[in-house]
Each structure stands twice: as C-alpha cells, then as structure tokens.
Design a protein around this ligand. Structure first.
Ligand code: 5AD
Ligand code: SF4
Length: 468
C-alpha cells in the first residue's frame, strides 16, 4: 500500500474536529457538563490509545469520573489477548445494564481489540443491547464521527469489521501528569505468531513518519517528561523505507537534548540486530533495558508458534547484547502449554530461563484465541498438568529475581521517582534505569526527580532504598 493511502489526510482529521465540536455544542446548548468514565484493559499500546480517546472526549467537552453511575458516557477500551481478559469485559458490560437502567440517556461504548473481533461484535449486537457504539483500534481516529452518529440518530452504531489500518496524526491526547509518557511509533503486526490474535484485530504493520515521532518526543521532553517509551506491537519492525529502520530512529531520538530515559517495547527477536544493540549501548538516553519476548525455549514449539528464530539464535542475541551492554536488565514473555507442548519441551523453556537469568519474566498459560491457527491444533494436555509446569517455571524465575535483586544491596543507583507507593515506611515509588521498582523513603516533593539512592533491601518483586 502506498504511504499516501495510509496517512489520514489533514482534511479528514479536521472533519473529526467538526464532529467533536458538534458534540460539545449539543451539551453546551443544554447547559450540561458531561462526564465520561474510561476504562482501559491490556497492554501499553492500548493505554496509549485510551489517552487519545480521552483527548477526543475532552475536546468534546467531557470531564472524567471513576463512577459509572454518574457518567454520561462509559467506554471500555478492551484487550483480546487471552480469554480471561475477554471474560472480564463481558462481566463489566453485564454490570453496566444497571447504570443504563438508572440513566437511559447514558451512552455505552465498547472499543479496543475485542471490539474488532466479529465474533464479539455479533455477541454484543445480539445479547448486550445496552451497548450503543462498537469500534476497533483501526477506527479510533473516527471516534468523534461515530459518537456523533449515536447522538444524532439515537441508533446503535457498529463500525464495519475489517476497517483498514491507517496512521492518524494530530489527535488530541490526555496524558498522565508528570513523569512517564508513551509514544506509539508503529501500529499493527504482520508476524502471525500462530497463537496470537493481534494481527487480526490491529491490522497490518505501518510506521509513523520519523519527523512526526521526533516532534512528539521533543515536545514531551520540553514539557518535562523524563521516562519516554516508544511503543509498537513489534516496535523494532519500525521502518520508513529500506534505509531507515528502528535503530536509525532510536539514534535520532537519542540526539534530542534533555534529562530523560528512552525505552521501547515490545521487540521481536527476528528484528533484533547487533546494530540495534550497538545503538542502545552508545545512546546517552537509551535505558540499558530490553524486553525481548522469547515465548518458548524449544525449537519445535518455536516453529509451531511461527516465531522465526531458534533457541540458539535467541541466546546468541542475548550474548551479543550483554557483550556491548554489561549490566543490561533483561525481561521477557513466555507461554506455557502451547497446543501439543510436552513436559520435556516446557522444561526446555525453564532451562532457557535458567541459562539467561532474566531480571523478570511475564509468564502466561496458553489461551486459545478463536480465529488463530493454534486454536485449531490438537491440545491434549489437561489444564492442571500445564499449571504444574507453569508453577515450576514461576518458582524458578522468582528465585532468580530474588537473587538478582539481593545483588543490589548496598549499591548506589540512580532512580526516577515516579509517584507515591501507598506504603507508609517507603512512601515513594521509583524506577531504576533498568525499570526495576525501588520503594523509597522520602517526601512526595521528590516525585518527578532523578535521585541517587542507596539500596537497603529487596525481595522478588522490588528493591527498597533511601536517598543519599
Ligand atoms: N495465550 C497466552 N499468552 C499469549 N500471549 C499472546 N497470545 C497469547 C495466547 N493466545 C502472550 C505472549 C505475548 C504477550 C503480550 O502475551 O507472551 O508476548
Ligand atoms: Fe491486548 Fe494485544 Fe490488543 Fe494490546 S494489542 S490490547 S495485548 S490484544
């Protein structure tokens, strides 16, 4: 597809601003001050999308509330990655029949990845008749138009399934105040890992123009954000023509002056290159931290997963990354219980975990996603058996995390204080360059500052410290 066909023309974005204005004027004419409740599930990409949705709602005159009961609009920005995430959303939708009964004018919106699944849209259409608007991630930029349609026609609106993926610049945004910011640099996924729903719900890969990304990061740094994460389903598949790839973008962003850390996620090993690690190593702002999902330590399972690398290739990447970045903080995602996986194969995953020594691991039990290739594969191992393998892996990893964390004892490290912790003895929460959590003694006036701290204690999940 040609680039011009992917980037939403400015005229279209201006049209959406007109719809925003229509909604704002409608409430203003009634003398109303509308409230919205926005709830986001799932990954950071979805969080970033949620911030754009809030930006559009704010432009429509909405303020925000946590209480669905008093909201004029309730929006669930959903995740489809595992069955559990979907069940939670259907549960929440069920509960919303009550607030809608109390307030029949309330508008209920379902968006995000689940909303892009035809199966889900059909179920909502038939069985959740209090839902007014359903649209997937590809239609995000048309939210003002779709919402206006609901208000104008008083009918339920379902955006067409299979809406084409594009890139919309200049959408308004409501960010968390202060310290951390997310910047989407590419959207969609072309990898079709056999277990994964993402390529079906977020469409084909497309990358933003470097100039647009650079301008956004510059603005964030100038506004005082200190921890900036570049996002994409496969962030390191970013490419703007054959000669400008993710390491080039990272290098260019790193040149932006200021006091900040630069991170990125999630990366795919197939697109991780020595050049990427060299750029990371050299970068002044690039945090020496890498989230590189490996999913399985067994080559047969990796092949069935369509991951396009081997255990050996993965280990080689890690070896190189560590050779140029000693002390690199490493995390990963792994799936236990892929269809047909045997106990011996699951143990290969455990042995890879032991061999690498990850600082932390995100472990998942396989969850079949209708429409994916893996969901059609024979899956004879009972859940209880998979759970045992899973618990064993977790135990190994927790032990490892505890040992790595204990190694910080007595060390001085630089942290960024990112908020309050709710723990009386250690009231501040902060992060190391490697994104490890440090609970801190100190006053909340320190939030938003880089500090030198001394590590005084640790457990599996966190470090404890005090400013020096
Ligand atoms: N079942 C279990 N885990 C999954 N993931 C993606 N799809 C599935 C699935 N069907 C995990 C992968 C991915 C992370 C975001 O979620 O480990 O990296
Ligand atoms: Fe969930 Fe994947 Fe969608 Fe993120 S992209 S919200 S993890 S389904």
């Amino acid at each position: 597809m040609k680039r011009e066909d992917i980037i939403v023309p400015e005229g279209e974005i201006a049209r959406q601003r007109d719809f925003q204005e229509n909604v704002r004027a409608m409430f203003a004419a009634r003398g109303a001050h509308p409230l919205a409740r926005v709830e986001t599930f799932g990954c950071q990409q979805n969080v970033a999308d949620g911030q754009r949705i809030m930006g559009m709602l704010e432009a429509m005159g909405f303020a925000f509330t946590e209480d669905a009961g008093e909201a004029d609009l309730v929006l669930l920005n959903t995740c489809a990655i595992r069955e559990h995430a979907e069940q939670r959303v259907f549960g929440n939708l069920g509960i919303l029949t009550h607030s809608k009964k109390e307030n029949p004018e309330q508008v209920i919106v379902l968006c995000g990845c689940m909303a892009a699944e035809e199966r889900v849209a059909r179920r909502v259409k038939e069985s959740y008749r209090h839902v007014d608007l359903v649209f997937g991630p590809q239609a995000l930029w048309r939210f003002p138009e779709l919402l206006w349609q609901v208000y104008e026609t008083k009918k339920r609106v379902f955006s067409a399934a299979g809406e084409r993926g594009c890139i919309a610049e200049g959408l308004p945004v409501v960010r968390e105040r202060g310290v951390k910011a997310w910047v989407s640099i590419m959207y969609g996924c072309d990898n079709f890992c056999s277990y994964c729903i993402v390529p079906y719900v977020r469409g084909r890969e497309r990358s933003r123009e470097p100039a647009a990304v650079l301008a956004e990061v510059r603005e964030l740094v100038e506004a005082g954000y200190k921890d900036i994460t570049l996002l994409g389903q496969n962030v390191n598949s970013y490419e703007n023509g054959r000669d400008y790839r993710f390491p080039d973008l990272l290098e260019d962003i790193d040149r932006i002056p200021g006091d900040y850390w630069l991170r990125f996620m999630s990366s795919h090993p197939k697109d991780a290159t020595p050049r990427l690690f060299d750029v990371m190593a050299k970068g002044r702002h690039v945090a020496k931290q890498l989230h590189l999902p490996f999913q399985s330590g067994n080559n047969r399972v990796l092949e069935e997963m369509n991951r396009r690398y081997t255990r050996e290739k993965y280990l080689e990447l890690i070896r190189y990354a560590r050779s140029v970045m000693p002390g690199l903080v490493l995390t990963s995602d792994v799936i236990i219980g892929f269809p047909g996986e045997t106990e011996a194969e699951a143990l290969d995953t455990v042995s890879l975990v032991e061999e690498v020594g990850f600082d932390a691991l995100f472990t998942f039990l396989y969850s079949p996603r209708p429409g994916t290739k893996a969901a059609e594969m024979p899956d004879p191992v009972p859940k209880e058996e998979k759970q045992k393998w899973f618990d064993h892996l977790l135990e190994v990893q927790n032990g490892r995390s505890a040992v790595i964390h204990a190694g910080y004892a007595g060390r001085r490290v630089r942290v960024l204080v990112d908020g309050e912790s709710g723990d009386e003895a250690y009231p501040l929460s902060s992060r190391t360059e490697g994104n490890r959590l440090v609970r801190l003694r100190g006053d909340k006036s320190l939030v938003g500052r880089f500090l030198e701290v001394k590590i005084t204690g640790s457990n599996t999940w966190a470090l404890y410290g005090e400013p020096v």
